[in-house]
Design a protein around this ligand. Structure first.
Ligand code: MV4
Length: 447
């Protein structure tokens, strides 16, 4: 196992990785920007190195700075967390070149899954169902798109191949609109991602977004840790996640879980990862994307399975065999997460500033992953996620009650947060019944 790991991230996920390293007996190095001197990940790591000014591209995205910090402190591995450099094949390759283990899959697999059209092709070959759609459409092939679209049918959605997570998507409802919308989508994609490549898919109305957590090792083994329901989102930012998904049955979980694990074995996937599906109104499921990082919402899976996803990810990177077989893994009870963002709950504008009062809830089945404290300044330079509130109960009803109460007892003053909104959603009759898709927040007038 590694002796020392550098965490190339900030905030709650940096602290989460530090916890995992401590439990594995691994020394930790934090990196921080000038805006994060007083952050908890800096306080609780064994060593800390300042890597640059507040702006992300000068610090947390600054590869030479991060590699220098890793070399000065003599670490054996780098954990990238999520966001920032976590899905940069280039960064993973630089680490490899410098003899530092990147805690994640290979640069080739990151690149493969980062290209959503190639990921679609790969996963369909590996046996997963995909939404009827097209292959990759390059800028030169625009004219073929019109024929493909007629075959796929309307409404359809144009997706940027280098996008993902909802970035660079356009819905087309009538054939007359295709040429113009394709043009816009291609130039948008070129501007945002440096490539005009797109692909088409049949557009599903109000689908549910369900994802499987998986772990694969370098010895050819893979397991799944069940699913997470992630349909409560706004502008592709998830607000609430839960496991099990209210629509999942044990039969479907086994069927889909087995297909996912077989696909992971076929591509030789190593590390923690997430395979995302859309479920349509008829109960059909389709692969859409794979994420090659540890995700924000991994704690709901940890609470329901007892498996420490981050520790497993580090062990796998250290060359160990998976310590679990599929039969060892059981989903027990129910778990829900609320992402607490420093935002105005009505217009979702960021609400940076100093936290003047802070009390995090506790009690049975409550977990808070956060670096917030009284006196901490929420910087405008970074993502607005300041805490994750995760609850576990013996069933969904108990988990809902615990989440409602924990949200009521969560005191954060001096800035605005999404807590009032999440209180409303958790107690909404339709949410309580588990009857919601990706259009839920629009349907109930929240966005
Ligand atoms: C879709 C879809 C409907 N049909 N794909 C993909 C990434 C995820 N964050 C959103 N994605 C979607 N992909 C097909 N074929 C619906 C969504 C979707 C969505 C799309 C446009 C605007 C808002 C949305 C909210 C949730 C899901």
């Amino acid at each position: 196992m590694f002796n020392k790991v550098l965490i190339a991230n900030r905030g709650e996920i940096a602290l989460r990785v530090i916890c995992a390293c401590k439990e594995l007996g691994i020394a930790t190095v934090a990196v921080y920007s000038e805006a994060d001197r007083h952050s908890l990940h800096v306080r609780f790591a064994d060593e800390a190195v300042c890597i640059g000014p507040p702006k992300s591209y000068e610090s947390y995205l600054n590869i030479p700075s991060i590699i220098s910090a890793a070399e000065i402190t003599n670490v054996e591995a780098i954990h990238p967390g999520y966001g920032y450099l976590a899905e940069s094949p280039y960064f993973a390759e630089v680490c490899e070149t410098c003899g530092i283990k990147f805690i994640g899959p290979s640069p080739e697999v990151i690149a493969l899954m980062g290209d959503k059209a190639r990921a679609r092709e790969t996963m369909t070959k590996a046996g997963l169902p995909i939404i009827p759609g097209s292959d990759l459409i390059t800028e030169a092939e625009s004219s073929t798109a019109l024929e493909m679209a007629d075959e796929i049918g309307y409404p359809l959605i144009i997706k940027a191949s280098a996008g993902g997570g909802g970035r660079g998507m356009r819905i087309v409802r009538k054939p007359e609109d295709l040429a113009e919308t394709l043009d816009m989508a291609q130039s948008e994609a070129a501007g945002a991602f440096g490539t005009a490549n797109v692909y088409l898919e049949r557009f599903l109305e109000n689908p549910r977004h369900v994802e499987f957590q998986i772990l694969g090792d370098e010895h050819g083994q893979a397991v799944h840790l069940g699913e997470r329901e992630c349909s409560i989102q706004r502008r592709h930012q998830k607000l609430i996640e839960e496991t099990p998904s209210p629509l999942m049955t044990e039969e479907l979980r086994q069927e889909l879980g087995t297909e996912v694990v077989n696909a992971m074995k076929q591509i030789g996937y190593q590390s923690a990862g997430t395979v995302e599906f859309l479920f349509d109104q008829d109960g059909e499921f389709y692969f859409i994307e794979m994420n090659t990082r540890v995700q924000v919402e991994h704690p709901v899976t940890e609470m329901a399975t007892g498996v420490d996803v981050v520790k497993e990810q580090i062990r796998i990177a250290g060359g160990e065999k998976l310590s679990l077989s599929q039969e060892d893994i059981r989903l027990s009870g129910h778990s829900i997460e609320c992402r607490i963002n420093a935002e105005n709950p009505e217009n979702f504008r960021p609400s940076p500033g100093t936290i003047t009062a802070y009390n995090s809830p506790g009690g049975p089945g409550i977990r808070v992953d956060s670096t917030a404290y009284q006196g901490w300044e929420v910087s405008s330079h970074y993502d607005s996620l300041i805490a994750k509130l995760i609850v576990h109960g013996s069933d969904r009803q108990e988990a809902l009650e615990r989440m409602g109460r924990a949200l009521d007892f969560f005191v954060i003053e001096g800035i605005e947060t999404t807590i009032p909104l999440q209180r409303r959603i958790i107690r909404h009759p339709q949410f309580q019944k588990g009857e919601y898709g990706t259009s839920f927040l629009e349907q109930i007038g929240i966005i």
